[in-house]
Design a protein around this ligand. Structure first.
Ligand code: UTP
Length: 267
């Protein structure tokens, strides 16, 4: 069973500046809850019991958000605001929350390595801070239900003109929404894209991924990436991709967050 999830949220959120100069993008709201709460709810409703946040000193507010706030709770109690009190008081009980630090933004792979000691010898979920999927079955649950070992990657169909914004999989045998992955191509041109299946920031990885990330070369920007670790691991383990059911929003950029707000507000 998959019981732990790493949420690397130490990135600097350049696509959302200046809003993210002081407020982490993960705390920007979709209606009345921050993006990160949707991700925690997704994980918890899929059976995840421990959430390991990888944060930086600029992201301490995320830790505050999932910690008790006795003063606020007392004020709400005195004012008789029981609905508000319940919403606030339940946050830190949603899961076991752990925090590790990435002091420099050296890539999502480097961030994941910081959580290695807390994972142990079991497969685990990785959820990037941006990708929200609105649908009947929580996205993490879809992945867990289809996981048989190796790596499973969430993908969505994308118009090939947007292929340069994605990692694109080269699919092998298909069984319903599940695809064998032959290889991955990072940000290909539309002509070079091997399919229209783009990678979304949700994965289940085996513990061997840590060594694979450690041994993968850093990219030209000096960053270590999870996808490079997955590529190395593909030599010894199976890689799968699951086309997600539901509507996906990239909340790490303004139009994606606005679309998510419209969708959830009108739901
Ligand atoms: P993104 O590619 O979205 O990067 O990272 P970012 O810095 O958050 O945002 P932009 O692209 O500059 O606008 C994917 C996930 O990996 C985390 C991010 O927080 C996000 O959840 N990440 C990225 C880290 O934790 N550390 C890093 O060094 C880079």
């Amino acid at each position: 069973m998959i019981k732990k999830a790493i949420l690397p949220v130490a990135g600097i959120g350049t696509r959302f500046l200046p809003a993210t100069k002081v407020v982490p993008k993960e705390l920007l709201p979709i209606v009345d809850k921050p993006v990160i709460q949707y991700l925690v709810e997704e994980a918890v409703s899929s059976g995840i019991e421990e959430i390991i946040f990888v944060i930086s000193k600029d992201k301490e507010l995320i830790r505050d958000y999932f910690s008790p706030n006795p003063e606020l709770e007392e004020t709400l109690r005195i004012k008789g605001k029981s609905d508000a009190l319940q919403k606030v008081a339940e946050l830190h009980k949603m899961a076991k929350f752990s925090y590790v630090y990435q002091n420099e933004p050296l890539g999502d792979g480097d961030a994941i390595l910081k959580a290695k000691e807390l994972i142990g010898n079991e497969p685990f979920m990785v959820l990037f801070g941006d990708d929200i999927i609105k649908g009947d079955v929580p996205a993490s649950k879809q992945l867990i239900q289809n996981y048989t070992g190796g790596v499973i990657i969430a993908v969505e169909e994308v118009d090939k003109k947007y292929a340069p914004l994605y990692g694109i999989i080269d699919p092998g045998v298909q069984n319903g929404n599940l695809f064998e992955v032959k290889t991955l191509v990072e940000k290909p041109s539309p002509e070079e894209a091997p399919s229209n299946l783009g990678i979304i920031g949700k994965f289940i990885c085996p513990p061997e991924i840590f060594e694979a990330i450690e041994n993968s070369p850093s990219g030209k920007d000096g960053e270590l990436r999870l996808v490079d670790g997955i590529l190395s691991l593909s030599q010894s383990q199976k890689i799968w991709a699951l086309k997600m059911e539901g509507q996906r929003f990239d909340t790490g950029k303004p139009d994606g967050l606005v679309s998510a707000n419209n969708a959830y507000l009108n739901a």
